[in-house]
Structure formats: structure tokens, C-alpha cells
Design a protein around this ligand. Structure first.
Ligand SMILES: [Zn+2]
Length: 335
């Protein structure tokens, strides 16, 4: 499978979606709404072991809501994390593989059903599956994905070693995309870029940063420094922001537009603040679905090519985004 074909598929999807494709929403949030107990260092990855059917159900809910891209349940699924729970390497690897398979199965069965019964007013696209690769901080589960402070012992090689085997296993499982998420600093962005090159990865990827001040990476490093590294890689097809509050997004899109020619992807959280140490959401300025609907068009008009939601957003958030972003497409083609 050549790189050109894969590249075209992300670009085609963006075009088919009317210029801005819809990424799905909060995964763990939705698992919890269905009663899953995931207060655990493995977080949503715990469901890969305990309740894979529920993972598929959540993927289907996001597809029905209009998501063009499904992000897999592997964000906090790591081999060291599984090993610390007493699983073998083989078991851990097969769970990573399963995270991709579950999303692919959901996508395929949903797409079959849409083609069998095309309904008026719906404009579904065959979704792409993005394998989620959470940052090293997400594995540490100590909130450092929002501080960028990995400490003096963490260097480039250590980060590459942490990411390498999971990346290989996820790629083997056959996703359409790779989604590096909540990267908090320059060194981890560099690790991702170098690893894609060293492993000669042919699956297109995006790299998303979190941001806690609305201007810089969580480490305090400037986004220019981070994006300069990413811009040199032709393996990275999109860059952006995930799991930052929505009120930061418009200004960050404008900033990124000046710093890169790559497609821009944004999927903020609902605006509630995660207390990484206490492992709970603090009440804060929270965006409802109506606000997301309003802001999604502004984010698109500012230059985002991929828009979705992260923590605390739900299928109804994604439905609101999808409805407003695809309005033009639906009226033009009446699909
Ligand atoms: Zn999030």
C-alpha cells in the first residue's frame, strides 16, 4: 500500500466532508456514562480487557453522530501499563491490536448499514480509524501531560523507547491514521517525528498538543519551536490541539496557520479542568453543545480542517458539530 493512496484518503475525506472533517468526541466520558468504572491508571484501556463490546458501542454512537474519524481506545493502553497489571507482553500486544480492530469493525458494520439504507438528510462518509497514541505523561497518569515536566531522567531516547513497540503493534493492526495526543513538550514531539522516520511508518499521522495557557505548549515552550521540528517531517500530515479548553482554540488555530502548512486538527475538551493529581474534573467554564456548534464554524473559518471533541464531550456534541459543518454539503448534494 503506497503512501500516496493513504495521503489521498485523509485529504479526500476532508473534501468529502465539505472542507472540514469531524473527529469523534470524549471516549472515556462516554464509557463512564454507560456505567464503566475506569478510575484506574489504565483508564479507558481497562475496557479493552473488561468490556470490548462497550468500546464498539461507543464507536458506533460516534459514527451515528456523524464522526468522520474514530480515535481508538488505546490512548492510555501501553505495554508497561499492561505488564504492571500482570499481563504478558503477548497479551498486551493483542489488546493494542484489539483497540484498532474494534474501531475498524464498528466502522465497517456502520458503513455497510448506511449503504444498505441511505437516509435523507444524512451525510455520512466512510470513516477513517486513527490509532490513538497518548503521550508519555498519559502513561504516567500523574497529570504531566498537562505540565510537560517529565523530569531530568527522561531524554529523547527514553521517549522513543517508550513509544516504539506500541507504535509498531498499532501500525501492524492496520489503522488508517495515527493520532499522537496531548503531547506536552518539544522533546516528545521530536521523539514522535524521529520514530516515524526510524521505523519508516507509512501510515499518515497527526500530532496534537495540549495547552494550559492558550499560547504555548504545557511545558512553556513556544509552539514555533515544536512545529519547526514537525514541519520537517513528511510523515506527519496534520498538527493541532486536543484536550485544551475551547476558548483557546480559535487563537491557537490562527497561530498554527502562521507556523505550518500542514492541515490543522482541533478537538478541545468541554472546558472543565482536569485535576491530574486528584483525578477528577473541576467545575469551570463549561461549553455546552450549542457553543460547540457555534464555535465549530468559527474554527473551520479560521482554518481548521479537522474538528471534534476530547474529554467531557459526547455524541451529542459531535452531532452538533457535524450538523453545522456538513450543512452546506447536505443542501448541495441532498445525500
Ligand atoms: Zn481529553
Amino acid at each position: 500500500m503506497g503512501k500516496e493512496k493513504e495521503t489521498a484518503s485523509l485529504e479526500d475525506l476532508i473534501e468529502k466532508a465539505g472542507g472540514c472533517a469531524v473527529v469523534d468526541g470524549g471516549f472515556a466520558t462516554q464509557l463512564e456514562r454507560h456505567g464503566a468504572v475506569i478510575n484506574d491508571p489504565l483508564w479507558s484501556a481497562l475496557c479493552l480487557i473488561k468490556d470490548p463490546d462497550l468500546i464498539k458501542r461507543v464507536h458506533l454512537e460516534y459514527l451515528e453522530a456523524g464522526a468522520d474519524i474514530l480515535v481508538t481506545s488505546s490512548y492510555q493502553a501501553t505495554l508497561p501499563g499492561f505488564l504492571s497489571r500482570g499481563l504478558s507482553i503477548e497479551e498486551g500486544e493483542s489488546l493494542l491490536e484489539k483497540s484498532v480492530k474494534l474501531a475498524v469493525e464498528a466502522r465497517d458494520s456502520f458503513w455497510d448499514s448506511v449503504q444498505r439504507t441511505p437516509g435523507p438528510g444524512h451525510c455520512y462518509n466512510r470513516a477513517l480509524v486513527a490509532a490513538s497514541i497518548g503521550s508519555y505523561g498519559a502513561y504516567l497518569a500523574d497529570g504531566s501531560e498537562y505540565s510537560g515536566c517529565y523530569g531530568p531522567d527522561v531524554n529523547l531516547d527514553k521517549l522513543k523507547d517508550f513509544h516504539r513497540r506500541r507504535l509498531q503493534v498499532l501500525v501492524e493492526a492496520g489503522p488508517d491514521l495515527l493520532a499522537f495526543e496531548t503531547i506536552p513538550n518539544k522533546i516528545e514531539a521530536q521523539a514522535c517525528v524521529e520514530l516515524l522516520e526510524e521505523e519508516n511508518i507509512q501510515v499518515p499521522s497527526w500530532i496534537c498538543f495540549s495547552s494550559v495557557d492558550g499560547e504555548n505548549a504545557p511545558s512553556g515552550e513556544r509552539f514555533k519551536e515544536c512545529l519547526d521540528i514537525i514541519n520537517e517531517s513528511n510523515k506527519v500530515h496534520a498538527v493541532g490541539i486536543n484536550c485544551a479548553p475551547p476558548q483557546f482554540i480559535e487563537a491557537l488555530i490562527s497561530k498554527f496557520k502562521e507556523l505550518t502548512k500542514k492541515a490543522i486538527v482541533v478537538y478541545p475538551n468541554s472546558g472543565e479542568v482536569w485535576d491530574g493529581r486528584a483525578k477528577r474534573w473541576l467545575p469551570s467554564k463549561c461549553f455546552g453543545d450549542d457553543k460547540f456548534e457555534l464555535f465549530a464554524t468559527r474554527w473551520r473559518d479560521a482554518g481548521a480542517k479537522l474538528v471534534g471533541g476530547c474529554c467531557r464531550t459526547t455524541p451529542s456534541t459531535i452531532q452538533a458539530i457535524s450538523k453545522v459543518l456538513k450543512r452546506k454539503v447536505v443542501s448541495k448534494e441532498d445525500c
